[in-house]
Design a protein around this ligand. Structure first.
Ligand code: ZN
Length: 277
């Protein structure tokens, strides 16, 4: 029987830290490298704490990465030119492959595994809201960004669009001065983790939403102030409130096809797990 309240949340944090595994430290020697590691180029300050908090509050599985994006960017596809940074781009193919196996593939694997588990281990009709938690620099290329909070989604996926509109409405109802924008400062359809996951999971089973919070709102280098976190939590509660939603959380159609994972798994077979956080 269809269960109208079957929606689960998965929280992921791709840019949670600026860690450099010991074996790669020689690549980041020098003051410039250290400065970049500490900057928004190195990681998304505040995202790890926020992601953990959301996962705990909503009793959701959490997949995090704390290796710097300057080693490899987990929010880019393997074909993207910015997958590797200026520090790792010059490396040979074998070394790049090793970085993928040690850092990139285990994260993707864990995300797929968590999604599969949520979708299949409970009732068959479970739908997942995947929240990718990020933060962004308030000034990029000399341009000030006035958005406080961005919700990134694919406008062509109806459920993502409706959910994001609900969440934005809740955010601005609770905190009218908060500047919440859709698909800003980035577009939800751009190359990234959610975009790649949309190719694997049907629109009525998977909603990939990225939450982008302006680093100007940080209380300190590791976290956003409790008042802002509270607003995010309360609004999200409201947006996913199963009692007040209708179609958004009705069961996916019986014919809904979740693509089989064996093709993907073939490419994600032998990741080294030694570097797992
Ligand atoms: Zn990010």
């Amino acid at each position: 029987m269809a269960n109208k309240t079957s929606a689960s949340i998965l929280v992921t944090v791709e840019h949670g830290g600026n860690g450099v595994p010991k074996v790669y430290r020689p690549l980041f020697e020098g003051r410039d490298a250290q400065r970049l590691l500490m900057s928004h180029r190195g990681y998304d300050p505040g995202s790890l704490h926020l992601g953990r908090y959301l996962a705990r509050t909503f009793d959701a599985p959490l997949v995090t990465n704390t290796v710097t994006r300057l080693l490899v960017d987990l929010n880019r596809s393997v074909h993207n030119k910015s997958l590797f940074s200026e520090f790792t781009r010059p490396l040979g193919l074998t070394e790049k492959r090793l970085i993928l196996e040690r850092v990139y593939i285990p994260h993707r694997h864990d995300v797929h595994e968590a999604l599969d588990k949520l979708m299949h281990n409970r009732r068959r009709e479970t739908r997942v809201i995947h929240l990718g938690v990020h933060s962004f620099t308030p000034v990029l290329d000399g341009k000030k960004r006035t958005t406080d909070l961005g919700l990134l989604y694919d406008p062509h996926r109806q459920l993502e669009r409706e959910f994001s509109q609900r969440w934005k409405q809740a955010l601005t109802d609770i905190a009218p001065t908060l500047r919440v924008r859709m698909n800003d400062p980035y577009r939800g359809k751009s190359d990234g983790l959610t975009t790649s996951l949309r190719r694997y999971y049907a629109p009525d089973r998977y909603m990939g939403i990225e939450l982008e919070v302006n680093q100007a709102r940080l209380q300190n280098p590791t976290r956003f102030p409790p008042s802002l976190v509270r607003v995010i939590v309360d609004s999200l509660h409201w947006a996913v409130d199963l009692r007040s939603t209708s179609r958004l959380f009705s069961a996916p159609s019986a014919t809904s096809a979740v693509k089989c994972s064996h093709v993907r798994r073939a490419g994600y077979s032998s990741g080294h797990r030694a570097m797992k956080r």
